[in-house]
Write a protein that binds this ligand. Sequence first.
Ligand code: GLA
Length: 379
Amino acid sequence: MGTERSVSAFAAQLGGRPTTVVRSPGRVNLIGDHTDYNDGFVLPLAIDLVVKLAFRRRDDDMVRLWSEQTNDWAEFSLDSLAREGGWGAYIQGVASEMVPLGLARSGWEGVLVSDIPSGAGLSSSAALELSAARAFALVSEVEWDAVEMALLCQRAENNWVGVNCGIMDQLICATGEDDRALLIDCRDLTRRAVPIPHEATVVVLDTGTERRLVDSGYNERRHSCESAAHVFEVGALRDLSIETLESGKDRLDPVTYRRARHVVTENERTLLMTECLDQGDLVAAGELMRQSHISLRDDFEVSSDALNSMAESALPAPGCYGARMTGGGFGGSCVALVDTNWVDEFRTDVLERYQAASGLRGTAIPIRATNGTSFEGLG
Ligand code: GLA
């Protein structure tokens, strides 16, 4: 998406020109779901579906922001933040973390345009949070530390919005790299760039069914994982081997055992997938994605009929190496790894199969990995 759309929306809503346009990407996770809050491994990429926030500084402490997607305003004063629903909560949440640290010292006004479909599980909320954080940092002339800002935005979501999410979405949105996925160790937040081989294209498969983290069993899953770690007296499920889990299986109730088994095996799959991509072994990489979906479906139970239909429709489609649900689950999107030469045929075929199986219309979007939150000064 070009800058012009945000600049002309700015002129229409606020008059005049913005001084700056922040660009903040959505994300898709290749493998490693529900592992981040277990101190484990994830392999996401920042995608070329982005939000653009065009803004200019104000001389007071008001923040006024219009969203093209919802055609409405969020407006608040930095010295009287109040909890409200809707997308404005993400902006106020970020402000609530930045103000006490002296990182949001001035108001601003702007417009938000986005081509990240909301509710598709592509982290439009992390993109929104990071774009607001970047705007605050710019008007306040504070240095941008991408990892610190990702952590701050995660706290905003935990404390203000009330979703107990892990660090994956904010961190990849802040630190993504062109043409690369990042293997993130969610314990120490170290990242290793993993190039996506040219022969493969990542395709996002939006089921057209919305996901809602707050309403979903996300916090409940997280709680099960913590109680399993507690029973085995480890800091987090990251520290549990499959052997220890299997031999101590009776110490957990059957549901908690399956939750833990997903996390332990998913961590292994994520590390293996990294090796497969390094070696260009796309067939083995695809098989790991297939197994990941089954584990999320049967052990972690965060898939949905639509996600299952989409993943199953993708596997037999031309050029498909592998496919799985991606992100938190309970609706949203799948991700597929597809032979670059077959992307067009793949898209047509998977969507036809999906519609025949589910009666729903999906969307298949080939995507490119991009860099994290950035900005452009308009002078
Ligand atoms: C959501 C959360 C992330 C992560 C994923 C599942 O996207 O925001 O922190 O837990 O679900 O991998």
